[in-house]
Design a protein around this ligand. Sequence first.
Ligand code: G4P
Length: 517
Amino acid sequence: MQDVATEAAKRRTFAIISHPDAGKTTLTEKLLYYGGAIQMAGTVKGRKSKVHATSDWMAMEQERGISVTSSVMQFPYSGRLLNLLDTPGHGDFSEDTYRTLTAVDSALMVIDVAKGVEERTVQLMNVCRMRATPITTFINKLDREGREPMELLDEVESVLQIRCTPATWPLGMGGSFRGVYHFGLDRVRLFADSEVIEGIDNPRLDELFPHEVDEWREQIELVGEACEPFDREAYLAGALTPVYFGSAVNDFGIRELLDDFVEHAPPPRSRDAGREVSAEEGAFTGFVFKIQANMDPQHRDRLAFLRVCSGRFEPGMKLHQVRTGKAVKIPRATTFLASDRSHTETAAPGDIIGIHNRGTISIGDTFSEGEALHFTGIPDFAPELFRRVVLRDPMRMKALQKGLEQLCEEGATQLFRPLLGSDWIVGAVGSLQFDVTAYRLRHEYGVECTFEGVQVYTARWVGCDDPKMLERFRERNEAALAYDGTGALAYLAPNRANLELVQERWPDIAFTATRDR
Ligand code: G4P
C-alpha cells in the first residue's frame, strides 16, 4: 500500500439516498458493473423479497463466486476506489440508515422523474444537511413519462433547500426519450444505441431528429442561461447539487454521472474528534457507526462497522478503544472489496472495516492508537415509531431490562422510561426494528415480550442552560417526560400540535431531534 495521504486521496466514500422504488438497487447494480465488480449486467437480487436483501446478496456471491455484501461495496473506477455504503430501505429502514450517512463523505440522490421529491428523500436529506454532505442528483426513469425537468429542479430547490445545476439534460422523455446532453462536454449520447455526438449543433442531430432538434437546442440554450454554472465549492459545502438525467434500468446516463462524480466528489474529509483529524495523518483513527448482530444463534457475535478516518488498519493491530480505555487486539477485520476475494486486509482512510466482537463495542466508539479522541456527529435520531413493551412473564423483568439496555447501546432500538408509571417504551425509525428487538430478546435474553401501540408521535431530547428552568419544565410536564437508555431526558409528544405548543410555551428549553452519543 502507498502512503496514507495517497491512499486517502483515491477514496470516494458515499451512499445512495432515495425513496423506495426510485431505483437505488438498480443504480447500485450498474455502478458495481462499471466498477468491474459484477461481470455480467443484470439483476443482482430478487426484487420481490427486499427484506431479505442480505441473503439475496449472499446467494449471488455463491452463484458468481464474487464477494459482495450489501452493507459496503468497494470497487475501483477511473483510478479511484469507491466505497458505496448501503442505506437500508423499505422494511429494513432503520436508524442504521440515518447513521450510515454520518460515515460518508458525499451522497448520490436518486429521484423518480414521475414522482419527484418523496418523503423518505426529505428525511434522508435532513440527515445529510447536518454535516453539509455534498449531494449529486440522478433523476431516473426518463424512459417513462414523467414531470417536466425544470419543474423537478424547482421542486428539489424548494423542498430540499439545495440549489440545482443541471449537468446533463434529457432530450425528450418516455416514448420519445432520445438521449442526454452533457453541458460541460457539449456532447449528446443517444438512448437508442449509445452513439455519441459531439456538439449540440452537430448536423448529425438534424439528420437523425429533424423534427425535434430545434426544440432541444432552444431548451438547452434557455436552461444554460437560466441555471448557474457548476460551482465545486458550493457543491462541497452541500449548497448546490449537480443534476443528471437517465434510466438506471437501461444503463443510460450513468457513465456521465459516474465520470463526473469521481472527479467532483470529495476524498475523505477532516473530522471533528475534539480536534480536527485529517485523513492524511499517519496514526490510525476511526469510529463505529453501525453494529450488525448475527441472527444465527450458533454465532452470537456482532459485527461493528468502523469508518477509518486516518492512518491505516493492518490485521493484528492493537487499537485503543477510547470509551473503555482498553487496548483491543484486532486479529482480523472484514474488508469489503466487491471485485476480489484475495485482497489484503489493509484499510485506508475512507474505508470501512468490520470488527467481530461480543457486545463490547458500541455505536459512536472511537478507536485510535492511544490518543483520547472522540469523533462527534454520530448521533441517536429521534424515533418515529413507538411501542409499549408488554412482558409475558413478570419474573423476567431483570432479563428484559438487561436485554433492552444492551440492544439500545447497540443502536438496535431506543428505550424510554416515562417518569410516571412503570411502562417501558421502545422507539424505532423503521418498523422492522421492533421485530428484530422481539426476536433478539427471545433468543439472546430468553425474554418473551410483545409490543403494543402507544400514543406517542415523536421524541425530543430536552435541555436548558438554566437548571432551575429545566426543573420547572420537568415539574409541569412530568406526564410526557421520559429517560432514554442513557438517562437523558426526553419529551414524548402525543402529536405534532402538542409538540409545537410546548415548544412555544417554553422558549428557553432546547428540544432536539438528535442526540450525540
Ligand atoms: P429501490 O432500490 O430504490 O427500491 O428501487 P429498485 O432499483 O428496486 O427499482 C424499483 C423499480 O423501478 C424496479 O421495478 C426497477 O426495475 C424499476 N426501475 C429502475 N430504474 C428504472 C428505469 O430507469 N426505468 C424504468 N422504467 N424502471 C426502472 P420492479 O417492477 O419493482 O422490479 P422488476 O420486476 O422490474 O425487477
